[in-house]
Write a protein that binds this ligand. Sequence first.
Ligand SMILES: Cc1c2[nH]c(c1CCC(=O)O)Cc1[nH]c(c(CCC(=O)O)c1C)Cc1[nH]c(c(CCC(=O)O)c1C)Cc1[nH]c(c(C)c1CCC(=O)O)C2
Length: 336
Amino acid sequence: MLAGERLPKPPIWIMRQAGRYLPEYRELRATTASFMEFCYSPVKAAEATLQPIRRFGFDAAILFSDILVVPDALGQEVTFAEGEGPRLHPITLDGGLSRLADEIDLERLSPVFEAIERVRAGLGPETTFLGFCGAPWTVASYMIAGKGTPELAPSRLLAYRDPDFLVALIDRLVEASIRYLVRQFQAGVDAVQIFESFAGALTASGFERWSLQPIRRIVDGVRAQVPHARIIVFTRAAGAGHRLTAERTGADAVALDWAVNGAWAAENVQALKPVQGNLDPLTVVAGGQALEEGVRDVLAAFSSGPHIFNLGHGIVPETPVENVGKLVKLVRGETA
Ligand SMILES: Cc1c2[nH]c(c1CCC(=O)O)Cc1[nH]c(c(CCC(=O)O)c1C)Cc1[nH]c(c(CCC(=O)O)c1C)Cc1[nH]c(c(C)c1CCC(=O)O)C2
């Protein structure tokens, strides 16, 4: 599929498919107090990766981990406050970049690679195995603000006030991401997705400089070592920028958020690269007619070219599990 052919039924997987909407995940998660510790537990991370495959038979498994293991392995410790999301000591304080290691500590991430090996061993050949990392702008935004912020004011301001600092931080993240993704391929993933969750916060020129160019460098850097590496790029909320993602990043496929107009995307993105997406995750919470219509519209919009079915962003924890089963059946044309 990532080679660009159209399949009779689109393959389907779901962003955040391993997560809190699944009772078996919540049960497993409850055995470890800290989220980062859970990410660094190979047996548990591998099990969380496989749970949604067993239950729904998705066409792809995505490694259970988090984009913030990269700052953690660069020496900026990451913790998760219960119900509040990630917390980091902002990188702009106390010594700035000198607090970061020059190179990512892949040794610290060895539990992640062990989880990959375990998943690989437990996954049938019919299921594609995806690794991932965050794109530099998104990861840098957490490193700068120290937490999630509504409009990314801290990193956007830094880009204006001290662009040299941001250049240096993004350079560090480009190199770290290349090494991290190459190691994921060596451990056994078939393809990777780069998550630029905060593409939508950038101006047009900011998008070029802080998102498209660093992603391009990662794609080229990974392919220099893994020539056939398949890479999906998700520049969330990029609007018309999705076309640039297809043109400029070197991605094999472009993931679309739910706000993208399907007809526009078919003509401007899918004509260039296979697309992935873009059902509104809340249709799966609502179920019923909203889900049926949503699936029908997404299938119709992308019926004339290569398409991987997915949501337009991660599945939300409140999603009824049975609606996910219905979604899979609807996409596969089985009676729900
Ligand atoms: C921005 C971002 C993060 N992490 C990620 C992104 C990019 C994708 C996106 O935009 O959603 C990526 C991610 N995070 C997680 C995965 C696992 C694989 C999958 O199933 O997709 C992936 C691919 C697990 C997770 N990562 C997190 C959870 C929930 C915590 C838990 O289960 O205890 C999971 C399952 C925690 C996390 N991790 C992050 C935040 C902001 C949070 C807190 C949000 C919340 O609590 O709902 C950072």
